[in-house]
Design a protein around this ligand. Structure first.
Ligand code: G
Ligand code: G
Ligand code: MN
Ligand code: NA
Length: 252
């Protein structure tokens, strides 16, 4: 499985595609956005998931052009949905620390959005805590935030930093990692880490997104605990863009 040598060819052949997983506001139960997740539609191996190629793309630097391709694909999709008459959608895109370490990251992202006529307020950038400790990355985050983009701290609860680190970082949302959400099994507070994270995040004026939400019980627990948004198999798996209009029509 020699993926590395075919990366640039795959980019040239437009083999990368995005799937979209809905994010649901827990107060209204309305869809409030979609996370874009990259897949590689490989001519021989079929649909390849990012855990198979993102780590290699990061170590080889290919994540830099791939990340820009993901932004481009997300913009094309936002424009296509708009042309199909869907209400404006917010799309969350993942950014690797390797991308955020590039000196021209924010400039290039904003240029792609401008080329497509997509407002930065249609975008949400999901970053990980590695990025918030780096000064180049922080400057990009400030620039994107100033342009109107919202920023989310992904995988919260898997690393080492507590909420204290966050005071210096311009994120507006915290995404609680699915490994923590998985510990919520019933309506009782059997996950004090989740409920206390939500309380602290609210005190810091951060919105809270729970990921990996798989059951109704988890939805109830998270709603009671004050979580704002949920994402996971309970609502929908990530889906091809073509399925999004029907999903929105049926979800209401
Ligand atoms: O979709 P799936 O669960 O297989 O995603 C696995 C991992 O790949 C997730 O941790 C997700 O954050 C990451 N991922 C998905 N799409 C992208 C992307 O466009 N860029 C980066 N850097 N990571 C992504
Ligand atoms: O790391 P990141 O959060 O960006 O990755 C999201 C990944 O999690 C996606 O690849 C998606 O396929 C996967 N995922 C989404 N919803 C669920 C869920 O409810 N349960 C589990 N186990 N995985 C999920
Ligand atoms: Mn993510
Ligand atoms: Na995550």
């Amino acid at each position: 499985f020699h993926l590395e040598q075919s990366f640039s060819e795959a980019l040239h052949n437009r083999e990368f595609v995005l799937h979209f997983q809905p994010q649901v506001a827990l107060d209204s139960l309305q869809v409030c956005g979609f996370e874009a997740l990259v897949r590689w539609q490989h001519p021989r191996f079929g649909l390849v998931y990012p855990d198979r190629f993102v780590p290699l793309a990061e170590s080889t630097g290919f994540i830099v052009p791939l990340g820009l391709e993901v932004v481009r694909l997300a913009c094309e999709q936002i424009v296509a949905w708009r042309e199909q008459g869907l209400p404006p959608q917010v799309v969350a895109v993942n950014a690797s620390p390797v991308q955020l370490a590039q000196p021209d990251f924010s400039e290039r992202v904003l240029a792609i959005l401008a080329q497509h006529g997509v407002g930065p307020d249609r975008f949400d950038l999901e970053i990980t805590e590695t990025s918030i400790l780096d000064s180049t990355a922080l400057a990009h985050l400030e620039a994107l935030r100033a342009a109107g983009m919202s920023l989310s701290l992904d995988d919260f609860g898997t690393g080492y930093s507590g909420l204290a680190h966050l005071e210096a970082v311009p994120v507006s949302k915290l995404k609680i990692d699915r490994s923590l959400v998985a510990k919520i099994c019933n309506r009782h507070d059997d996950s004090p880490i989740v409920s206390s994270t939500i309380i602290l995040a609210k005190r810091m004026n951060l919105s809270v997104v729970a990921e990996g939400v798989e059951t109704r019980e988890q939805v109830v627990h998270l709603t009671v605990a004050g979580c704002d948004i949920a994402q996971g198999y309970h609502f929908s798996r990530p889906m091809p863009a073509a399925e999004v209009p029907a999903f929105l029509a049926q979800f209401g």
